[in-house]
Write a protein that binds this ligand. Structure first.
Ligand SMILES: Cc1cc2nc3c(=O)[nH]c(=O)nc-3n(C[C@H](O)[C@H](O)[C@H](O)COP(=O)(O)OP(=O)(O)OC[C@H]3O[C@@H](n4cnc5c(N)ncnc54)[C@H](O)[C@@H]3O)c2cc1C
Length: 460
């Protein structure tokens, strides 16, 4: 064994790669993080809008108290105070015909807050609220194995949920968490969300939104923490492929031909990028072969610059009755006026629509529930389409999500698409990144094959 600590290459500078790299560096490895783009942040990033100078997110992101790994990661890099938490669960939704309603936790002891919130949701009849609560308990209590083949829509039908409950509660929640239509989205990770977020106590059920633009939330702090622990970040470094020898991965090879020798490698890139950089010898080996059939699902965000503020007394609002889904209050705009941003998941229906058509539809849906918007001048709209926002989490895709280990002894996988039992979220990305780092450290230090990795949330 060389006198130097082992060297681990981490490919990808999103939440998963950064969490992995910091864990590795703190564990004593020499770490090089390689990111293709000129900046860190992956699919959760912000940029400066050239027309206004405002720094805006690629799409509004929300976290929850249940994101224990992600919150721990933000604490580890000194960024925890950049999140604004609700004191208690509070989600406001608005229906054009019925007005505003809120799923809001009352001041009752912790574990009862989220369930009690469902019983107070005025957009449903008292009978539907009770069935909602019973259905949520039933769904959360079902063994994961019994849900594996079912879609969210099928599981909700089995749990006796009414059309109104689906339209005004279940479907908005499922689409937001799974980024896919309930008719095709997998029920198992949805039930995991209910268990981990809704029935895990008052703190878990709270939402948090960043106080700062997304990139500012974590990228610079994570880079600093990594460098302080002795790691190196290289941006603008696109990995083209891996150099294999009979013992495993020998090096990663950049597009410009540079070889980065490594004792272990963590690939923390999205599925399509992973398949592009795999050497042909691995493409037809499981778990990689099955990944070729995994599709992605888009998220479309619309940023709105208004000449004055229009609020609803909360950081975000669920829009019911149309196709636009959530509206976020982004606060004052740089040049005066106010900014809002909508986010719509599983938004394939807008694939062929123009930006102007999408912005007009979002404004119409928002105005239907916030009439004050009709009196406001919209100064600018900007549509951001993330065509491959997350994997399309169908039961079939969920079944082929791999763990962090691969058949190559010193090659590990990370990213929100890894089988954590959870949907593809920031929390899943951090869990997978840290799990990959733990395995990579063992493999790099000892060359030993670590124990089989178990999905953390499955079967909880
Ligand atoms: C609009 C939108 C809204 C979202 N809202 C939420 C939300 O509210 N809450 C939530 O929890 N999640 C949300 N998500 C999901 C969340 O953003 C992702 O789950 C998370 O950012 C994924 O992190 P990751 O590290 O797994 O992957 P990524 O962030 O995609 O990181 C992968 C990195 O690898 C790099 N890379 C790719 N190929 C190569 C290569 N060949 N060489 C070197 N580098 C490479 C990429 O450039 C990228 O930086 C949202 C996503 C989008 C798009």
């Amino acid at each position: 064994m060389s006198a130097l600590p082992p060297h681990v290459a981490v490919v990808g500078g999103g939440f998963a790669g950064l969490a992995a790299a910091i864990r590795l560096a703190r564990g004593g490895a020499r770490v090089t993080l390689l990111e293709r783009r000129p900046f860190l942040g992956g699919r959760a990033y912000s940029f400066t809008d050239p027309a206004t100078g405002d720094v805006i997110d690629n799409g509004p992101h929300a976290l929850m108290g249940a994101y224990t790994a992600a919150l721990d990661f933000l604490g580890e890099i000194g960024a925890a105070s950049k999140l604004a938490f609700q004191p208690r669960l509070h989600v406001t939704l608005a229906d054009p015909a019925l007005g505003l309603g809120a799923v809001v936790a009352p001041r009752v002891p912790g574990p009862f807050q989220a369930p009690a919130a469902l019983l107070r949701y005025r957009l449903l009849s008292p009978g539907d609220r009770l069935r909602l609560l019973v259905g949520a308990v039933r769904l959360a209590a079902r063994p994961v194995a019994s849900l594996r083949e079912h879609t969210v829509a099928a599981a909700l039908a089995m749990a006796g949920q009414s059309a109104a409950a689906c339209a005004r509660f279940w479907h908005p929640l499922a689409i937001a968490t799974l980024n896919e239509a309930p008719e095709v989205a997998a029920a198992a990770p949805f039930a995991a969300v209910l268990r981990k977020a809704f029935f895990a106590g008052a703190r878990a059920a709270r939402f948090a939104v960043p106080r700062v633009p997304l990139s500012e939330l974590y990228t610079a702090d994570a880079q600093r923490a990594l460098e302080r622990a002795g790691g190196t970040v290289v941006t603008g470094a696109a990995v083209a492929t891996l150099a294999l020898d009979p013992g495993g991965v020998e090096a990663v090879v950049l597009r410009d031909g540079t070889r980065v020798e490594a004792d272990a490698v963590v690939l923390a890139v999205p599925v399509a990028a992973l398949l592009r950089l795999l050497p042909p010898a691995l493409r037809h080996v499981e778990p990689f072969r099955a990944l070729a059939g995994v599709a992605t699902s888009p998220i479309v965000s619309v940023h709105l610059w208004l000449d004055r503020a229009v609020g609803w007394g909360a950081p975000f609002l669920g829009l019911l009755g149309g196709r636009a889904q959530w509206l976020f209050d982004c606060g004052p705009a740089t040049g005066g006026g106010h900014r809002l941003a909508s986010v719509t998941s599983g938004a394939r229906f807008w694939d062929a629509a123009s930006d102007d058509e999408i912005a007009a539809e979002v404004l119409a849906d928002a105005t239907a529930v916030l009439p004050a918007l009709s009196a406001v001048r919209v100064r600018r709209t900007l549509v951001v389409r993330e065509r491959h926002a997350t994997l399309s989490l169908t039961p079939a895709a969920d079944a082929v999500r791999p763990g962090v280990e691969t058949p190559v002894a010193n090659l590990f996988l990370a990213g929100d698409w890894i089988q954590t039992g959870l949907p593809a979220t920031i929390e899943g990305a951090v869990i997978a990144g840290r799990a990959a780092a733990d395995r990579a450290l063992l493999a790099a230090v000892s060359g030993a094959r670590p124990e089989a990795w178990q999905p953390v949330a499955a079967g909880v």
